[in-house]
Design a protein around this ligand. Structure first.
Ligand code: FES
Length: 154
């Protein structure tokens, strides 16, 4: 952590850059990191939290092995993205933004990925699924699990 901080001047305008570096190195922004960053920049932890929660790019808990992202942009939303997200949430038993207890899946949302004509869109580990309906959700989750099974056998 100290090595990351040393790369930046102790100025508040560096906060976003520091947060990006910490997330890249650690996969998330831990409470300890928030405390160290606030001391380094001579600001309050509340201010760091404020910036963190304003931007979707940061996560406050370690991510699961697999990330499922549902687009909630307008075009996907009008085609039923909210129901798709609810179905992922129900089947994984987690709210959006959270990770399953076994650290296997993280469920996230995004606002438009530039493929509106294919909406609703779900993305699993960078793989795009178009025209997703609630009926597809189980298969998408199962496919990620099967893929993982194959990798383990190899
Ligand atoms: S709104 Fe979902 S891809 Fe644009």
């Amino acid at each position: 952590m100290v090595n990351i901080l040393k790369k930046f001047k102790p100025e508040k305008k560096e906060l976003i850059h520091i947060l990006h570096s910490v997330q890249e190195a650690q996969g998330y922004i831990s409470p300890e990191a928030i405390s160290e960053i606030s001391k380094y920049l001579n600001t309050s932890e509340g201010e760091v939290y404020g910036v963190l929660t304003f931007y979707n790019a940061f996560t406050l808990e370690p991510k699961g092995k697999h990330t499922i992202t549902v687009c909630m942009g307008t075009a996907c939303h009008v085609r039923g993205a909210a129901s798709v997200l609810d179905e992922f949430s129900r089947r994984l038993n987690i709210l959006p933004g959270r990770t399953t207890e076994d650290k296997y899946f993280t469920l996230e949302t995004v606002n438009c990925v530039g493929a509106c004509a294919l909406g609703p869109i779900a993305i699993t580990d960078g793989h795009y699924h178009g025209h997703v309906s609630t009926r597809d959700v189980k298969k998408i989750i199962d496919d990620v699990s099967k893929e993982e099974g194959k990798k383990k056998k190899e």
